[in-house]
Design a protein around this ligand. Structure first.
Ligand SMILES: *Cc1c(COP(=O)(O)O)cnc(C)c1O
Length: 364
Protein backbone atom coordinates (compact mmCIF):
# COMPACT_ATOMS: atom_id res chain seq x y z
CA UNK A 1 0.00 0.00 0.00
CA UNK A 2 1.24 3.54 -0.76
CA UNK A 3 2.06 5.34 2.44
CA UNK A 4 -0.70 7.72 3.50
CA UNK A 5 -0.11 11.32 4.62
CA UNK A 6 -0.13 12.13 8.34
CA UNK A 7 -3.42 13.67 9.44
CA UNK A 8 -3.21 16.01 12.45
CA UNK A 9 -6.92 16.91 12.47
CA UNK A 10 -8.57 17.65 15.83
CA UNK A 11 -11.67 15.74 14.76
CA UNK A 12 -13.05 13.92 12.93
CA UNK A 13 -9.54 12.59 13.12
CA UNK A 14 -7.19 9.95 11.78
CA UNK A 15 -8.09 6.29 12.26
CA UNK A 16 -5.41 3.61 12.32
CA UNK A 17 -4.62 2.30 8.85
CA UNK A 18 -4.79 -1.23 10.25
CA UNK A 19 -8.41 -0.63 11.31
CA UNK A 20 -9.34 0.94 7.97
CA UNK A 21 -7.85 -2.03 6.12
CA UNK A 22 -9.91 -4.52 8.15
CA UNK A 23 -13.06 -2.46 7.58
CA UNK A 24 -12.32 -2.33 3.84
CA UNK A 25 -11.83 -6.10 3.65
CA UNK A 26 -15.10 -6.71 5.54
CA UNK A 27 -17.11 -4.00 3.78
CA UNK A 28 -19.18 -6.19 1.45
CA UNK A 29 -19.43 -9.33 3.53
CA UNK A 30 -18.91 -9.38 7.27
CA UNK A 31 -17.47 -12.74 8.41
CA UNK A 32 -19.24 -14.67 5.65
CA UNK A 33 -22.77 -13.59 6.58
CA UNK A 34 -23.33 -12.01 3.14
CA UNK A 35 -24.10 -8.55 4.53
CA UNK A 36 -22.20 -5.36 5.18
CA UNK A 37 -22.40 -4.28 8.83
CA UNK A 38 -24.35 -1.25 7.56
CA UNK A 39 -27.11 -3.51 6.26
CA UNK A 40 -27.63 -5.63 9.36
CA UNK A 41 -30.57 -5.46 11.72
CA UNK A 42 -29.38 -3.98 14.97
CA UNK A 43 -31.41 -6.72 16.67
CA UNK A 44 -29.89 -9.57 14.65
CA UNK A 45 -27.34 -12.01 16.06
CA UNK A 46 -24.46 -10.71 13.93
CA UNK A 47 -24.72 -7.14 15.10
CA UNK A 48 -25.54 -8.36 18.61
CA UNK A 49 -22.14 -10.01 18.62
CA UNK A 50 -20.34 -6.87 17.37
CA UNK A 51 -22.12 -4.71 19.93
CA UNK A 52 -21.44 -7.01 22.87
CA UNK A 53 -17.78 -7.38 21.91
CA UNK A 54 -17.40 -3.59 21.58
CA UNK A 55 -18.87 -3.08 25.06
CA UNK A 56 -16.71 -5.80 26.61
CA UNK A 57 -13.52 -4.62 24.93
CA UNK A 58 -14.02 -0.99 25.90
CA UNK A 59 -14.75 -2.01 29.48
CA UNK A 60 -11.51 -4.00 29.55
CA UNK A 61 -9.48 -1.30 27.83
CA UNK A 62 -10.58 1.50 30.18
CA UNK A 63 -10.93 -0.76 33.26
CA UNK A 64 -14.50 0.46 33.80
CA UNK A 65 -15.85 -0.98 37.07
CA UNK A 66 -19.05 -3.07 37.16
CA UNK A 67 -21.10 -0.36 38.86
CA UNK A 68 -20.79 1.89 35.80
CA UNK A 69 -23.04 1.57 32.76
CA UNK A 70 -21.47 1.96 29.37
CA UNK A 71 -23.92 3.63 26.96
CA UNK A 72 -23.61 4.08 23.21
CA UNK A 73 -25.65 7.15 22.30
CA UNK A 74 -25.91 9.77 19.54
CA UNK A 75 -25.91 13.56 19.30
CA UNK A 76 -22.22 14.06 20.05
CA UNK A 77 -20.65 15.69 23.08
CA UNK A 78 -22.59 18.85 22.27
CA UNK A 79 -25.90 17.09 22.91
CA UNK A 80 -24.50 15.80 26.21
CA UNK A 81 -24.15 19.42 27.31
CA UNK A 82 -27.97 19.36 27.51
CA UNK A 83 -28.51 15.66 28.20
CA UNK A 84 -26.32 15.65 31.32
CA UNK A 85 -28.24 18.46 33.08
CA UNK A 86 -31.56 16.91 31.98
CA UNK A 87 -30.51 13.68 33.65
CA UNK A 88 -28.51 14.80 36.65
CA UNK A 89 -29.31 18.38 37.68
CA UNK A 90 -32.91 18.04 38.96
CA UNK A 91 -33.10 21.66 37.78
CA UNK A 92 -30.89 22.72 40.68
CA UNK A 93 -27.42 24.27 40.87
CA UNK A 94 -24.52 22.78 38.93
CA UNK A 95 -20.90 23.89 39.39
CA UNK A 96 -18.68 24.43 36.36
CA UNK A 97 -14.92 24.63 36.17
CA UNK A 98 -14.23 26.72 33.07
CA UNK A 99 -10.84 25.99 31.52
CA UNK A 100 -11.38 26.63 27.83
CA UNK A 101 -13.81 26.81 24.93
CA UNK A 102 -15.58 23.52 25.59
CA UNK A 103 -16.32 23.98 29.28
CA UNK A 104 -17.49 27.49 28.39
CA UNK A 105 -19.95 26.08 25.86
CA UNK A 106 -21.09 23.42 28.33
CA UNK A 107 -21.86 26.09 30.94
CA UNK A 108 -23.90 28.12 28.48
CA UNK A 109 -25.94 25.16 27.25
CA UNK A 110 -26.64 23.85 30.76
CA UNK A 111 -28.13 27.20 31.75
CA UNK A 112 -31.25 26.25 29.78
CA UNK A 113 -31.90 23.44 32.27
CA UNK A 114 -30.34 24.37 35.60
CA UNK A 115 -28.63 27.14 37.53
CA UNK A 116 -25.00 27.16 36.42
CA UNK A 117 -22.47 28.39 38.96
CA UNK A 118 -18.90 29.06 37.79
CA UNK A 119 -16.76 27.60 40.57
CA UNK A 120 -13.46 28.45 38.89
CA UNK A 121 -12.20 29.85 35.62
CA UNK A 122 -8.82 30.27 33.97
CA UNK A 123 -10.11 32.82 31.48
CA UNK A 124 -7.86 35.50 33.07
CA UNK A 125 -4.78 33.62 31.82
CA UNK A 126 -6.29 33.10 28.36
CA UNK A 127 -6.96 29.46 29.32
CA UNK A 128 -3.28 28.62 29.54
CA UNK A 129 -3.41 27.34 33.14
CA UNK A 130 -5.68 25.18 35.31
CA UNK A 131 -7.13 26.62 38.52
CA UNK A 132 -5.98 24.49 41.49
CA UNK A 133 -8.90 22.53 43.01
CA UNK A 134 -8.18 24.05 46.45
CA UNK A 135 -9.14 27.47 45.01
CA UNK A 136 -12.50 26.36 43.55
CA UNK A 137 -15.49 28.19 44.97
CA UNK A 138 -17.94 25.30 45.07
CA UNK A 139 -21.57 26.08 45.85
CA UNK A 140 -23.39 24.66 48.84
CA UNK A 141 -25.02 21.57 47.43
CA UNK A 142 -24.30 21.32 43.70
CA UNK A 143 -26.09 18.57 41.77
CA UNK A 144 -22.74 17.79 40.17
CA UNK A 145 -19.44 19.39 39.16
CA UNK A 146 -18.63 19.64 35.45
CA UNK A 147 -15.19 19.96 33.90
CA UNK A 148 -13.59 19.29 30.53
CA UNK A 149 -10.64 17.00 31.23
CA UNK A 150 -8.92 17.86 27.95
CA UNK A 151 -9.63 21.20 26.28
CA UNK A 152 -9.27 20.41 22.58
CA UNK A 153 -9.00 24.01 21.40
CA UNK A 154 -6.77 25.53 24.11
CA UNK A 155 -4.62 22.43 24.57
CA UNK A 156 -5.01 22.14 28.36
CA UNK A 157 -5.33 18.77 30.09
CA UNK A 158 -6.06 17.61 33.62
CA UNK A 159 -3.27 15.10 34.28
CA UNK A 160 -5.01 14.18 37.49
CA UNK A 161 -8.73 14.40 38.18
CA UNK A 162 -9.66 16.36 41.31
CA UNK A 163 -10.55 14.44 44.46
CA UNK A 164 -13.82 16.17 45.34
CA UNK A 165 -14.17 14.35 48.65
CA UNK A 166 -10.86 15.86 49.76
CA UNK A 167 -12.50 19.24 49.06
CA UNK A 168 -15.41 18.29 51.32
CA UNK A 169 -17.78 17.78 48.38
CA UNK A 170 -19.71 14.57 47.78
CA UNK A 171 -21.35 15.65 44.51
CA UNK A 172 -20.53 13.54 41.43
CA UNK A 173 -17.88 14.72 39.01
CA UNK A 174 -18.90 14.90 35.35
CA UNK A 175 -16.13 15.00 32.79
CA UNK A 176 -16.19 15.76 29.08
CA UNK A 177 -13.28 13.55 28.01
CA UNK A 178 -14.05 13.65 24.27
CA UNK A 179 -10.57 14.50 23.12
CA UNK A 180 -8.45 12.26 25.34
CA UNK A 181 -10.69 9.25 25.94
CA UNK A 182 -8.72 6.01 25.57
CA UNK A 183 -5.41 7.88 25.53
CA UNK A 184 -4.62 7.20 29.22
CA UNK A 185 -6.16 5.43 32.22
CA UNK A 186 -9.11 7.04 34.04
CA UNK A 187 -9.42 7.06 37.85
CA UNK A 188 -13.06 5.94 37.99
CA UNK A 189 -13.17 6.34 41.77
CA UNK A 190 -13.26 10.10 41.14
CA UNK A 191 -15.86 10.08 38.35
CA UNK A 192 -19.66 10.02 38.36
CA UNK A 193 -20.15 10.35 34.62
CA UNK A 194 -17.88 10.72 31.61
CA UNK A 195 -18.92 11.44 28.05
CA UNK A 196 -17.14 11.63 24.70
CA UNK A 197 -17.91 12.01 21.02
CA UNK A 198 -16.21 9.16 19.18
CA UNK A 199 -14.67 11.10 16.32
CA UNK A 200 -11.50 12.23 18.11
CA UNK A 201 -10.06 9.04 19.50
CA UNK A 202 -12.57 6.18 19.27
CA UNK A 203 -13.69 5.99 15.66
CA UNK A 204 -16.05 7.79 13.29
CA UNK A 205 -18.50 10.58 14.08
CA UNK A 206 -22.02 9.52 15.02
CA UNK A 207 -21.31 7.53 18.17
CA UNK A 208 -21.28 9.14 21.62
CA UNK A 209 -19.89 7.27 24.60
CA UNK A 210 -21.37 7.78 28.07
CA UNK A 211 -20.00 6.03 31.14
CA UNK A 212 -22.34 6.61 34.07
CA UNK A 213 -22.31 5.38 37.67
CA UNK A 214 -25.32 3.22 38.45
CA UNK A 215 -26.65 5.34 41.33
CA UNK A 216 -27.02 8.39 39.03
CA UNK A 217 -29.69 6.82 36.80
CA UNK A 218 -32.66 7.73 38.98
CA UNK A 219 -32.90 11.49 38.71
CA UNK A 220 -33.82 12.53 35.15
CA UNK A 221 -36.29 15.37 34.69
CA UNK A 222 -39.65 14.14 33.31
CA UNK A 223 -39.16 16.35 30.24
CA UNK A 224 -35.95 14.54 29.24
CA UNK A 225 -36.44 12.84 25.82
CA UNK A 226 -36.69 9.06 26.16
CA UNK A 227 -33.80 8.37 23.78
CA UNK A 228 -31.65 10.66 25.93
CA UNK A 229 -32.68 9.31 29.33
CA UNK A 230 -29.72 7.32 30.69
CA UNK A 231 -31.98 4.96 32.66
CA UNK A 232 -33.97 4.09 29.52
CA UNK A 233 -30.88 3.68 27.35
CA UNK A 234 -29.24 1.51 30.03
CA UNK A 235 -32.33 -0.67 30.47
CA UNK A 236 -32.36 -1.36 26.75
CA UNK A 237 -28.65 -2.14 26.52
CA UNK A 238 -28.07 0.96 24.32
CA UNK A 239 -30.71 -0.35 21.86
CA UNK A 240 -33.72 1.72 22.89
CA UNK A 241 -33.67 3.15 19.39
CA UNK A 242 -31.47 2.18 16.44
CA UNK A 243 -27.88 2.79 17.48
CA UNK A 244 -25.23 4.12 15.05
CA UNK A 245 -24.35 0.58 14.01
CA UNK A 246 -21.52 1.21 11.58
CA UNK A 247 -19.80 3.70 13.89
CA UNK A 248 -20.02 1.14 16.71
CA UNK A 249 -18.49 -1.48 14.44
CA UNK A 250 -15.52 0.72 13.50
CA UNK A 251 -15.07 1.71 17.15
CA UNK A 252 -15.01 -1.99 18.05
CA UNK A 253 -12.15 -2.48 15.58
CA UNK A 254 -10.36 0.46 17.20
CA UNK A 255 -10.78 -1.07 20.68
CA UNK A 256 -9.35 -4.38 19.44
CA UNK A 257 -6.43 -2.55 17.86
CA UNK A 258 -5.69 -0.71 21.12
CA UNK A 259 -5.80 -3.98 23.04
CA UNK A 260 -3.37 -5.49 20.50
CA UNK A 261 -1.04 -2.54 21.08
CA UNK A 262 -0.82 -3.67 24.69
CA UNK A 263 -3.75 -1.94 26.38
CA UNK A 264 -4.15 1.47 27.93
CA UNK A 265 -0.79 1.65 29.74
CA UNK A 266 1.09 0.95 26.51
CA UNK A 267 -1.10 3.42 24.63
CA UNK A 268 -0.40 6.06 27.28
CA UNK A 269 3.35 5.48 27.05
CA UNK A 270 3.20 6.01 23.27
CA UNK A 271 1.21 9.20 23.73
CA UNK A 272 3.55 10.58 26.38
CA UNK A 273 6.56 10.01 24.14
CA UNK A 274 4.88 11.58 21.11
CA UNK A 275 3.80 14.70 22.98
CA UNK A 276 7.21 15.15 24.64
CA UNK A 277 8.91 14.98 21.26
CA UNK A 278 6.76 17.75 19.77
CA UNK A 279 6.81 20.04 22.84
CA UNK A 280 10.61 19.77 22.99
CA UNK A 281 10.89 20.80 19.35
CA UNK A 282 8.59 23.78 19.94
CA UNK A 283 10.31 24.89 23.17
CA UNK A 284 13.81 24.60 21.70
CA UNK A 285 13.04 26.70 18.65
CA UNK A 286 13.14 30.46 18.26
CA UNK A 287 10.26 30.47 15.78
CA UNK A 288 7.48 28.44 17.44
CA UNK A 289 5.72 28.99 20.76
CA UNK A 290 3.14 27.19 22.87
CA UNK A 291 1.58 29.39 25.57
CA UNK A 292 0.26 26.66 27.90
CA UNK A 293 1.70 26.13 31.40
CA UNK A 294 3.91 23.00 31.07
CA UNK A 295 2.16 21.47 34.09
CA UNK A 296 -1.11 21.14 32.20
CA UNK A 297 -0.16 20.85 28.57
CA UNK A 298 -2.32 18.45 26.60
CA UNK A 299 -0.77 15.30 25.18
CA UNK A 300 -3.46 15.15 22.54
CA UNK A 301 -3.95 18.68 21.17
CA UNK A 302 -0.90 20.89 20.82
CA UNK A 303 -1.56 24.44 19.64
CA UNK A 304 1.45 26.47 18.56
CA UNK A 305 2.11 29.84 17.01
CA UNK A 306 4.76 31.23 14.69
CA UNK A 307 6.47 34.27 16.18
CA UNK A 308 6.07 35.80 12.74
CA UNK A 309 2.39 35.20 11.95
CA UNK A 310 2.96 36.38 8.36
CA UNK A 311 4.65 33.04 7.67
CA UNK A 312 1.63 30.98 8.54
CA UNK A 313 0.28 30.41 5.04
CA UNK A 314 3.71 29.40 3.77
CA UNK A 315 4.09 27.07 6.77
CA UNK A 316 0.78 25.32 6.12
CA UNK A 317 1.37 25.03 2.36
CA UNK A 318 4.83 23.53 2.92
CA UNK A 319 3.37 21.09 5.44
CA UNK A 320 0.75 19.93 2.95
CA UNK A 321 3.47 19.37 0.36
CA UNK A 322 5.17 16.99 2.78
CA UNK A 323 1.98 15.09 3.52
CA UNK A 324 1.36 16.75 6.90
CA UNK A 325 -2.35 17.54 6.83
CA UNK A 326 -4.86 19.64 8.79
CA UNK A 327 -2.42 21.61 10.95
CA UNK A 328 -4.35 24.88 10.87
CA UNK A 329 -5.37 26.01 14.36
CA UNK A 330 -8.92 26.56 15.56
CA UNK A 331 -10.23 29.92 14.36
CA UNK A 332 -10.82 31.15 17.91
CA UNK A 333 -7.13 30.92 18.87
CA UNK A 334 -5.44 31.06 15.44
CA UNK A 335 -2.00 29.68 14.68
CA UNK A 336 -1.45 25.97 14.28
CA UNK A 337 -2.59 22.89 16.12
CA UNK A 338 -1.27 19.35 15.93
CA UNK A 339 -3.58 16.69 17.34
CA UNK A 340 -1.69 13.56 18.32
CA UNK A 341 -4.46 11.08 19.00
CA UNK A 342 -3.83 7.35 19.34
CA UNK A 343 -3.85 6.81 15.57
CA UNK A 344 -0.94 9.23 15.02
CA UNK A 345 2.23 7.12 14.95
CA UNK A 346 5.57 8.38 16.31
CA UNK A 347 6.79 8.48 12.68
CA UNK A 348 4.18 11.18 12.00
CA UNK A 349 5.41 13.27 14.93
CA UNK A 350 9.02 12.85 13.80
CA UNK A 351 8.06 13.95 10.29
CA UNK A 352 6.39 17.05 11.74
CA UNK A 353 9.40 17.83 13.95
CA UNK A 354 11.72 17.50 10.97
CA UNK A 355 9.51 19.88 9.00
CA UNK A 356 9.50 22.38 11.91
CA UNK A 357 13.31 22.42 11.85
CA UNK A 358 13.60 22.68 8.09
CA UNK A 359 11.05 25.50 7.92
CA UNK A 360 12.79 27.40 10.71
CA UNK A 361 16.13 27.05 8.91
CA UNK A 362 14.76 28.55 5.72
CA UNK A 363 12.45 31.16 7.29
CA UNK A 364 13.69 31.75 10.87
C1 LIG B 1 -15.16 17.94 19.77
C2 LIG B 1 -15.56 18.21 21.17
C3 LIG B 1 -16.90 18.45 21.51
C4 LIG B 1 -18.00 18.48 20.49
O1 LIG B 1 -18.30 17.22 20.05
P1 LIG B 1 -19.48 16.97 18.98
O2 LIG B 1 -19.35 15.52 18.73
O3 LIG B 1 -19.21 17.83 17.80
O4 LIG B 1 -20.76 17.31 19.62
C5 LIG B 1 -17.19 18.66 22.84
N1 LIG B 1 -16.24 18.65 23.79
C6 LIG B 1 -14.95 18.42 23.49
C7 LIG B 1 -13.92 18.42 24.58
C8 LIG B 1 -14.57 18.21 22.17
O5 LIG B 1 -13.27 18.00 21.88
Amino acid sequence: MMSRPYNFSAGPAAISEEVLAIAAAEMLDWHGCGMSVMEMSHRGKEFGQIHAQAQADLRTLLAIPEHFHLLFMQGGAWAQNAIVPLNLSRGETVDFVVTGAWSQKSTKEAQKYCRAHIAASSEDTGFTTLPAPATWQLSDRPAYIHLCSNETIHGVEFHELPDLRALGCDAPLVIDFSSHVASRPVDWSRVGLAFAGAQKNLGPAGLTLVVVREDLLDRALPTCPSAFTYQTVAQHGSMFNTPPTYAIYIASLVFQWLLRLGGIKAVEARNTAKARCLYEAIDQSALYTNPVDPACRSRMNIPFHLRDAELQDAFLAGARDRGLLQLKGHKSVGGMRASLYNAMPMEGVLALVEYLRDFEQTHG
